[in-house]
Design a protein around this ligand. Structure first.
Ligand code: NAD
Ligand code: USQ
Length: 412
């Protein structure tokens, strides 16, 4: 298949692009390198020394003889996106290209607005471009389990059958997200569902849990292909942070009581889920929702697992409880369904088998690169303000490029 991976320079996107390329698909990466810019803004670096995209792709090509096309530009820029789609003509578009950090979206007003404009406008552009130029193309969009929040009932896969005042219907599962980032995904989901209904677009919305791990078979081929491993307070996810904290002898930063439960999956399962979605496209007009995670853990479970893995490497670990900078339930019911991808052939990896190889070993190997000042959370849900005080000009203007061009044309 011809598959465009939007956000292919990022963590999930890079692993996915290589995996699909290795499987013989014709792959194009679309990215504007915003993620690398955010590292500059935050004064953070991935633990692993990732190479520039052109270098990585050249190494991949030299090692495997497989080419990956690169399109550099902003998905929120409609002219760029449509010219990319017209040139590459994908049969499937895998859309990872969004701002994905909850804390980043909660820094202040500017970061909240940027996150929602970048994510919602980007996805709207993808929907309009598919309608206009690629009506049969299958959109595989990354959503998040955090769209549902932590309700006191079982979480279904996208839709719930309800009976109300004696009448029955199947409706989208209620959404109670916990950050402006997670809210942007809810807005995306609604826009995708609506576009499928009115334009017969085919879409799969993958509500993914927290992804962990660095190594996939393809990334492991050469050090030059290594993937991102974020551990800072803004982009670092909880397991990555705990492993890095253990590796440098700092206490694990459990927020509050640590009863927050989330769905998790290995990056090797992420890439397989995308392949499964590509091979089993949604029907025209169908908006499918799959919950994409394999195991659920609470934060304290993770802290104890990391403690145990570190002990096996001769490293002792201290666990700290610090005030939760987020507004979230610290102890709650959580039971989310996740059988649809398994029914289609997903064979999950388990955290207990990969914690050492794909996380602790990487944390130990690169621990000299760690900046210990990035461990304590600086973003607080209750008090939005930019403590780092770096002012970035956000490239959201491109979302407006069409009206401006039209105005220019009228003037001329
Ligand atoms: P990432 O930040 O590592 O990668 C995202 C990539 O998209 C980056 O390379 C960035 O430069 C690019 N990008 C962002 N906005 C863009 C734009 N407007 N135009 C072009 N490129 C743009 O993120 P990730 O961890 O790989 O996550 C990928 C997707 O999966 C996101 O949509 C995220 O919400 C979702 N997701 C991630 C996780 C996780 O644990 N990492 C879990 C659930 C869902
Ligand atoms: N947490 C700690 N200590 C830390 C960091 C986090 O206790 O040092 C806690 C958080 O308070 C939260 C949980 O761990 O309760 C998960 O936080 P996280 O930063 O690992 O993940 P989250 O903010 O939920 O976001 C990540 C990805 C996002 C994706 C989401 C999937 O960054 O792109 O959408 O996971 S989900 O959680 O299912 O919504």
């Amino acid at each position: 298949m011809k598959i465009a991976v939007l956000g292919g320079d990022g963590y999930c996107g890079w692993a996915t692009a290589l995996y699909l390329s290795q499987k013989g698909h014709s792959v194009a990466i679309v990215d504007n390198f915003l993620r690398r810019l955010w590292d500059h803004e935050l004064g953070a670096l991935t633990l692993t020394p990732i190479r520039p995209l052109t270098d990585r792709v050249r190494v991949w090509q030299n090692l495997t003889g497989k080419t990956i096309e690169i399109f550099v530009g902003d998905v929120a820029d409609y002219d760029f996106l449509t010219s990319t789609f017209k040139s590459f003509e994908p049969e499937a578009v895998v859309h990872f290209a969004e701002q994905r950090s909850a804390p980043y979206s909660m820094i202040d007003r500017k970061h909240a607005v940027f996150t929602q404009v970048n994510n919602v406008v980007g996805t709207l552009n993808v929907l309009f471009a598919l309608r206009e130029f690629l009506p049969d193309c299958h959109l595989i969009k990354l959503g998040t389990m955090g769209e549902y929040g932590t309700p006191n009932i079982d979480i279904e896969e996208g839709y719930i059958a309800i009976e109300h005042n004696g009448r029955k219907d199947v409706v989208p599962f209620p959404k109670q997200p916990g950050s402006f980032y997670h809210l942007s995904k809810v807005h995306d989901s609604h826009n995708i569902m609506f576009a499928c209904k009115i334009w017969d677009i085919r879409a799969t919305d993958l509500n993914q849990g927290v992804v962990y791990g660095t190594m996939t078979d393809e990334v492991a081929v050469d050090e030059a292909l290594i993937n991102r491993f974020d551990y800072d307070d803004v982009f670092g996810t909880v397991l990555n942070r705990f492993c890095v904290q253990a590796a440098i002898g700092q206490p694990l930063t459990v927020y509050g009581r640590g009863g927050q439960t989330r769905g998790f999956l290995d990056i090797r399962d992420t890439v397989r889920c995308i392949e499964i979605a590509c091979h089993n496209p949604a029907a025209k007009g169908e908006c499918r929702v799959y919950n994409q995670f394999t195991e659920q853990f609470c934060v304290m479970d993770l802290a104890h697992l990391v403690e145990g893995a570190a002990r096996k490497m001769g490293v002792s670990v201290e666990i700290d409880h610090i005030p939760d900078p987020r507004v979230e339930a610290e102890n709650h019911y959580y039971n989310a369904k996740h059988s649809k991808l398994i029914d289609l052939g997903l064979q999950p990896h388990h955290l207990s088998d990969s914690l050492l190889d794909s996380l602790m070993n990487i944390a130990m190997k690169y621990r000299d690169r760690v900046d210990a000042s990035l461990m304590l959370p600086q973003v607080n849900w209750r008090e939005p303000r930019n403590d780092r005080r770096i002012q970035m000009s956000m490239p959201t203007k491109s979302a407006m490029s069409e009206p401006r061009l039209e105005a220019k044309a009228r003037k001329a």
